[in-house]
Design a protein around this ligand. Structure first.
Ligand code: NAD
Ligand code: LMR
Length: 335
């Protein structure tokens, strides 16, 4: 057994389907490697706790040597106490008859409370990934309510779109997906995201040249990645779970351990570059070294790239503004 102290990881939405794939992979070492013990601090709604205890029984039954313990709670302050990392997966799904405004309002309230709890309970250097949709805007709300946190320690997930694009590109170019570098996914985790192959290479060879058809990205790749979540929901009757858990793991592993010089796509608080409004939580290309993120900056964007990025940015600005208003209304009505 390793002598290392455990890394404390909070995970919300623990009774849900993504966590049913995620928890076991973290506990077996897929996140931090084969000699790093972990302690899981699981959060869900009070009414979901019996189901979480069922998952805990299964975790116990796996006899994972790296799993030093599991805590279960419905209180975010308890879940976030002294954590090193958090996966915020739980959020309010859209139910029948629910308007988009109601969905934004429900999630704004959840992520405001969780931001305040993070600020009070977590270690300052904890790394936080928001997966629950609308992921970018939820992460923005979280960051706004955790002022004691460095803004770069709160991120949102666009890695699933990145992995989807990489996989489609590899098939089209007939190469191994692991060989693809310098792929970027920009914007919102929504159908407006922009899968950008402009700089992508395989073994130094530009990927657009390898694929040969200059229109393939616009005509096929972008719509396929944009519609992939919906296609999975239609086929499975439920949204992506194992691939979402895998993307969350990829995102956090690269962030904590480094991406080895490779580009990854992450929802990061904008520095204002590329005409993305400062502070907006937006998918951009980045390179990670252990524990830190460096944005890929200084790229020259052509008109098409700029237009595609701005289309998604406009949607993010709209979501952010709608949520700001809702949060103000909520605080007036609770005053
Ligand atoms: P699910 O409905 O199976 O599980 C959600 C869980 O969250 C439930 O157990 C629920 O009780 C819990 N929950 C709800 N409100 C909570 C709160 N305030 N605090 C703690 N827990 C809470 O959903 P799922 O399939 O696991 O998906 C979870 C989220 O991830 C959804 O919002 C989904 O749209 C999103 N998602 C994001 C991506 C991405 O790429 N960013 C990909 C797939 C799914
Ligand atoms: C996905 O991209 O698979 C999900 O975000 C879809 C969804 O709406 O949950």
């Amino acid at each position: 057994m390793s002598a290392k102290p455990p890394v404390h990881i909070a995970i919300s939405g623990a009774a849900g389907q993504i966590c049913y794939a995620l928890l076991f992979r973290i506990a077996c070492g897929d996140l931090l490697g084969p000699d790093q013990p972990v302690r899981l601090q699981l959060l869900d709604l009070e009414q979901a706790l019996p189901a979480v205890w069922g998952v805990v029984m299964e975790l116990e039954d796996c006899a994972f040597p790296l799993l030093e313990g599991v805590d279960v709670t419905a209180d975010p302050h308890v879940a976030f106490a002294d954590i090193d990392a958090a996966f915020l997966v739980g959020s309010r799904p859209r139910s029948k008859g629910m308007e988009r405004r109601d969905l934004l309002a429900a999630n704004a309230a959840i992520f405001r409370t969780q931001g305040q709890a993070l600020d009070r309970a977590a270690k300052r250097e904890a790394r936080v990934l928001v997966v629950g949709n609308p992921a970018n805007t939820n992460a923005w709300v979280l960051a706004e309510h955790a002022p004691g946190f460095a803004r770069d320690n709160i991120t949102s997930m666009i890695r699933l779109d990145h992995n989807r694009a990489a996989s489609q590109l590899a098939t089209q170019a007939n190469v191994n997906v692991g060989e693809i570098e310098r792929l970027a996914v920009w914007g919102n985790h929504s159908p407006t995201m922009y899968a950008d192959w402009t700089n992508a290479v395989v073994g130094g060879e530009p990927l657009p040249r390898l694929i040969g058809d200059p229109d393939w990205c616009t005509d096929t790749l972008i719509p396929q990645v944009a519609q992939r979540g919906t296609a999975i929901i239609e086929a499975r009757g439920a949204s992506s779970a194992a691939s979402a858990a895998n993307a969350a793991l990829d995102h956090m592993r690269d962030w904590l351990l480094g991406s080895d010089g490779r580009w990854v796509s992450m929802g990061l608080s904008s520095t204002g570059e590329y005409d993305i409004p400062e502070g907006l939580m937006c998918g951009v290309p980045a390179i990670c070294s252990p524990g830190s993120v460096e944005r890929v900056s200084g790229l020259r964007l052509d008109d098409f790239q700029h237009m595609m990025i701005q289309r998604s940015v406009a949607e993010l600005v709209q979501e952010r503004d709608a949520v700001s208003l809702l949060l103000k209304e909520q605080s007036v009505s609770s005053a």
